[in-house]
Design a protein around this ligand. Structure first.
Ligand code: ATP
Ligand code: MG
Length: 430
């Protein structure tokens, strides 16, 4: 999860966003706040960042704020980044524009500079197309965005079929906005997404993963699952999930619907999970016996980080042990609980146990053990590979197993000193 931004940093960012508009206006240009920051502000949320739209062209913006305080990375589509004072972040200042054709289904072929009214039309959803004049505190709405915010609707600007076909990423953005704001996806926009869902493959794996990350860590993640199923996007980005579609004909009758309900319930019960934990919740019902571990398969398809893949796989491999921990040897459970994902494992295990309607005894046992003092739960190893070499033992493939056995004996309390550990090592080697 992202850390909450400190209050003075938030107001510094807002103050700077006002100043950027003032500077542009004083130089005779039109300038307005645009996009997500206006939407968030009207929803009573603190914007993550501010975007300014202006009649000034990129060169004029750079002349006004100075080369040293601006970055021109996005200049070819009319975006200049203006760097704020310490703690105020940076602001994207974009020239009002109209986008050219979209032949690749993802990016405009070119842009031409234009008016505020036209700039609103190129934006994706009405709730993202509202302008705000922070000097006069006035909303400027060319697209009916304010009404849709009030009615809690995500609706494409203009013809939904055309807008979705221009840029396929908008399909996932629509679902994310609906799920995270708890808004409805308007019917014609939904229909356009259903019709073009198979084309989501045009979007890069990294962008798909970025959207999935934002949806799955958000409290609206169970709604996101429902909308991903209804929009038919999930079938394409996660074909294994056909089992989760109550209306699909994949899988035996009794698993359809039931698997979906379990996945939904596990997701809903997580609180502020790591992305890997929420992903494990989504994938748990999709693991097929004898198939490769699903978190690795999906992790490589979405180009997730090794850390994300590793944690999701580890959680899925251990959740059953965690749920039944009280029935297993302490050394086995302890080895699991000293891993970095243990807290997430307890959270996931509890959500699964509650969903399955089983006792949470194993999870409660794990949670209690995790509260033990660190040196008791995870004491420093009595010996290392170096100690074995110093003691004249030949390194070899058995070393790791040997160290594990010694660690087990230590965790079980059978040995308590380095000498005892070395003694055991010699005994195990003969
Ligand atoms: P968030 O930052 O919370 O994801 P946002 O709406 O600010 O939401 P950004 O990606 O920061 O999203 O984009 C800022 C604005 O640019 C949007 O509000 C929208 O007006 C426009 N925009 C962004 N992506 C697209 C797109 N793929 N198609 C059309 N307009 C877009
Ligand atoms: Mg934004």
């Amino acid at each position: 999860m992202t850390e909450p931004v400190p209050v003075d940093e938030r107001s510094a960012a807002r103050q700077f966003a006002v100043e950027v508009v003032q500077t542009l206006r004083a130089a005779g240009y039109e300038a307005l706040w645009a996009g997500g920051c206006v939407r968030d502000w009207l929803l009573g949320k603190i914007p993550k960042d501010y975007d300014v739209a202006t009649s000034a062209h990129p060169d004029q913006i750079r002349d006004l704020f100075g080369r040293r305080r601006t970055l021109a990375i996005g200049a070819s589509f009319g975006v200049i980044t203006v760097l704020g004072p310490r703690g105020a972040g940076q602001i994207e200042v974009a020239t009002f524009r109209r986008d050219g054709g979209y032949s690749d289904g993802r990016h405009p072929d070119g842009v031409s500079f234009s008016t505020a009214a036209e700039d609103a039309q190129r934006r994706d959803f009405t709730i993202n197309g509202i302008f705000f004049d922070p000097l006069e505190e006035r909303v400027i709405d060319y697209v009916g965005g304010v009404e849709d915010l009030e009615r809690k609707v995500v609706r494409a600007i203009g013809d939904p079929l055309a807008r979705i076909s221009e840029d396929k990423l908008r399909m996932l953005r629509a679902v994310r906005f609906a799920a995270t704001f708890d808004f409805e996806l308007e019917a014609a926009t939904t229909a356009a997404i259903q019709q073009q869902a198979h084309e989501i493959v045009i979007v890069s794996a990294e962008r798909i993963a970025a959207e999935m990350r934002r949806m799955l860590v958000h409290p609206g993640r169970a709604t996101a699952l429902r909308l991903l199923v209804e929009s038919q996007l999930l079938d394409v980005i996660l074909p294994e999930a056909r089992l989760l579609d109550p209306a699909s004909d994949a899988g035996p009758n009794e698993t359809r619907g039931a698997a979906y309900e379990r996945a939904r319930s596990i997701l809903a019960r997580l609180e502020a999970p790591h992305f890997a934990t929420a992903l494990a919740a989504l994938l748990r019902e999709l693991q097929v016996a004898d198939a490769p571990p699903i978190a690795q398969v999906v992790g490589s398809r979405w180009r997730l980080s090794n850390e994300e893949r590793g944690l999701a796989s580890w959680l899925l491999a251990h959740e059953a042990l965690a749920r039944h921990a009280h029935l297993h040897s302490w050394s086995r459970v302890q080895r699991m609980l000293i891993q970095p994902g243990a807290e997430e494992l307890v959270q996931l295990g509890r959500a699964i146990a509650e969903t399955l309607g089983e006792s949470t005894a194993g999870i409660d046992y794990c949670a209690a053990k995790l509260r033990l003092p660190r040196e008791e739960l995870n004491p420093a190893p009595l010996i290392t590979g170096n100690d074995l070499r110093t003691a004249g033992l030949q390194p070899g493939p058995k070393f790791r197993l040997l160290l594990e056995s010694i660690r087990d004996a230590q965790l079980l309390g059978e040995i308590t000193t380095k000498d005892e550990a070395l003694h055991l090592a010699r005994r195990l080697l003969t």
